[in-house]
Design a protein around this ligand. Sequence first.
Ligand SMILES: CC(C)(COP(=O)(O)OP(=O)(O)OC[C@H]1O[C@@H](n2cnc3c(N)ncnc32)[C@H](O)[C@@H]1OP(=O)(O)O)[C@@H](O)C(=O)NCCC(=O)NCCS
Length: 337
Amino acid sequence: MKKSIIKGTGMFVPPNLIKNQDLEKILDTSDEWIRQRTGIEQRYWIEQEGATGSADLGFEASKRALKKAGWEPEDLDFIIFATLSPDIFFPGSGCLLQAKLGLDSTPTLDIRQQCTGFLYGLATADAYIKTGLASKILFVGGEVHSSGLDKTTRGRDITVIFGDGAGALCIEGVDTTENAGVLASSLHTDGNLANALMTELPASRLPIRFPEGVSLSDPRYFPVMDGPAIFKKAVRMLPKVINESLEKAEMDLDQIDLIIPHQANMRINQALGQFLKVDENKIFHNIQKYGNTTAASIPIALHEAMEQGRIGKSGDVVLFAGLGAGLTWGSLIYKFL
Ligand SMILES: CC(C)(COP(=O)(O)OP(=O)(O)OC[C@H]1O[C@@H](n2cnc3c(N)ncnc32)[C@H](O)[C@@H]1OP(=O)(O)O)[C@@H](O)C(=O)NCCC(=O)NCCS
């Protein structure tokens, strides 16, 4: 059976750097609060003027990943795009990205799994490869949060956290007898907790998607989050789901070279490290630079970890894990060939 091997990674963030101090000027917050509670120092947002969507950021990340892999867009036989912030209501950002890549018939699939978009996306890519449905897959996680945030004090708990960006991976089905590629994954959803983190409007379930008499500054047009509840759930569920993947792969934590968690809050990832009793430098962080870029967080972190030489040699094992809106959570173990 073919193994799913990462052939190239790429990332892109827009050039508009927003430091915590910049947010102090527009809403009631402080650099100290943001650093202490989240670990974030800065994030990148698209320019206020112009039209930059998730597919545009994804396109830049994709070009870099394709170059690393030595692939042309024409080599791709499948594209998976994960985002909670699609460029337009429909069609999906995968379609828009495919056209930007100069393609006109390569199949695309959009997935809406928020912070676990990478985990669901890579598990899906692996299934396509192992069943022979595709052999050269581009996965992209891309988000433009900034155009949908409540940039008033009312939305400060979320607005200070989210950043824009994209990460991309080229994944190839390779014939090998080595125990390599995606070794195990474990995915979960609890839709009963959808209200804990969501943007409600516009909503197709209403007779009118933009309800009459509801102003565009209504909180339902912006993401709302029960932060403390999600924090507690993450700290409880992440160790559990990590152990599930370890069990499936018949491995223990000592065999993992690097853990790349979703970058939602530095304190969640520190608590995870304490719970798992792993050395602090075995957990990768870059939330300080980018904030939470949701579906882009893990692929950006993977790209940086590989660029820094933290992971990527033959035989290295990386464990990914995350929890986010849905609620969805999961983990995945990958071994470099
Ligand atoms: C959002 C989060 C950072 C808030 O941190 P917290 O320590 O839980 O803080 P709380 O929500 O309890 O709020 C504490 C106080 O800070 C205030 N506060 C919230 N956001 C603030 C901000 N940006 N600046 C200053 N004060 C803020 C609150 O109003 C509250 O004030 P009060 O005590 O007077 O009521 C944290 O809950 C979190 O990261 N949750 C998980 C997020 C997550 O993983 N999401 C899934 C992926 S997106």
